[in-house]
Ligand binder design. Structure first.
Ligand code: NAI
Length: 333
């Protein structure tokens, strides 16, 4: 099939071309993020391949449909950036990569926790400049701390097991508890998770029910000095409320791999640009905030699995054989 691949970097090309070696789909790679402006680039392509910050709203979907697109394959598990209702109305099939390496994201959440706690990013720079002082590097033992996991699906359940193995008490909130976590996780109400946790990590999807779930009212319920980690989706967190929490010292540590307005920032080198997002720039001023630019998924294993499943989705659509990981309105509950 003719496939327009958007938001592509050199690393995407490498893994997608390798995965496509046998299938032989006709791939064209476009660097820009997909929105209404670059959408005409996909004219005549039956398949559009999109990533997390591509914009697949009603307007873009209508444009794509008019240009002949019948299948959208997402190189992500999350699908909050697609108007699925509109896609169904236009009879555009949407498929995703339901699981690639949940370990990649769970381990990145741990990396954020360890870095924020033990300040290895600061220590690295200090030692290179022959500054061997320990002032300001004081951390705490993770052993014995209570870690709250919001969403114990594929990623959250692995994260819960990792934290349990480090000697933490793990509590969680999920409308569908995972019985295989018996003896590892205590399921509590969301409010109880907020109340008892020293560290809270978000691993639920972004759906209407979870949008801005971390707001002023939620912060109010948490322990002073809470460590908050978000590797889920940016809009799970009300960034302005969180800035208030950092100023009042309610939040002791903040680790973000995602940000609600990340589409204009992440994945590109903007080091020579003027960044006009004042909320994001304010976040960067806090010494206890660590932000990575949506790199939780970024491991060899995950990129290979994303590329393999993406090509397999196209194969399944084209041949009617194999598994098509379709995502539809019913997935948004
Ligand atoms: P999953 O679908 O396996 O698990 C999500 C879990 O959240 C499910 O158990 C579900 O019951 C639960 N949940 C739904 N609503 C909830 C609520 N209101 N409160 C608590 N739990 C709720 O998804 P998976 O693969 O574990 O991914 C989780 C999220 O991680 C994705 O939706 C995506 O947004 C994000 N993600 C981030 C990546 C990164 O690079 N930073 C990469 C991949 C995914």
């Amino acid at each position: 099939m003719k496939v327009a691949v958007f938001s592509t970097k050199a690393y995407d090309r490498k893994f997608i071309c390798q995965a496509n070696a046998e299938s032989g789909h006709e791939l064209t790679f476009f660097e820009p993020r997909l929105n209404a402006h670059p959408a005409p680039l996909a004219d005549g392509f039956e398949v559009v391949c999109a990533f997390v910050n591509d914009q697949l709203d009603a307007q873009v979907l209508e444009l794509l449909k008019a240009q002949g697109t019948e299948l959208i394959v997402l190189r992500s598990a999350g699908f909050n950036h697609v108007n699925l209702r509109k896609a169904a109305e236009l009879e555009i099939t949407v498929a995703r990569v339901p699981a690639y390496s949940p370990h990649a994201v769970a381990e990145h959440a741990l990396a954020l926790i360890l870095t924020l706690n033990r300040k290895t990013h600061r220590a690295y720079n200090r030692v290179r400049e022959a500054n061997f002082s320990l002032d300001g590097l004081l951390g705490f033992d993770l052993q014995g701390k209570t870690v709250g996991v919001i969403g114990t699906g594929k990623i959250g359940s692995i994260f819960a097991r990792i934290m349990h193995a480090l000697g933490c008490r793990v509590v969680a909130s999920d409308p569908y508890p995972d019985t295989s976590l018996h003896g590892i996780v205590d399921y509590l109400s969301l409010d109880e998770v907020y109340r008892v946790s020293d560290i809270i990590s978000l691993h639920c999807p972004l759906i209407p029910a979870t949008e801005h779930m971390i707001d002023e009212a939620a912060l109010e319920k948490m322990k002073p000095g809470i460590m908050l980690i978000n590797t889920g989706r940016g809009r799970l967190v009300d960034t302005r409320a969180v800035i208030g929490g950092l100023k009042s010292r309610k939040i002791g540590y903040l680790g973000l791999d995602v940000y609600e307005e990340e589409g204009d920032l992440f994945f590109d080198d903007l080091s020579q640009e003027i960044i006009t997002d004042d909320v994001f720039m304010r976040l960067l001023t806090f010494p206890n905030v660590l932000i990575t630019s949506h790199q939780g998924f970024f491991t060899e294993e995950a990129l290979r699995a994303i590329a393999d499943t993406t090509i397999a989705n196209i194969d399944a659509y084209a041949t009617g054989q194999g598994t098509l990981h379709r995502v539809s309105v019913e997935n948004v509950t």
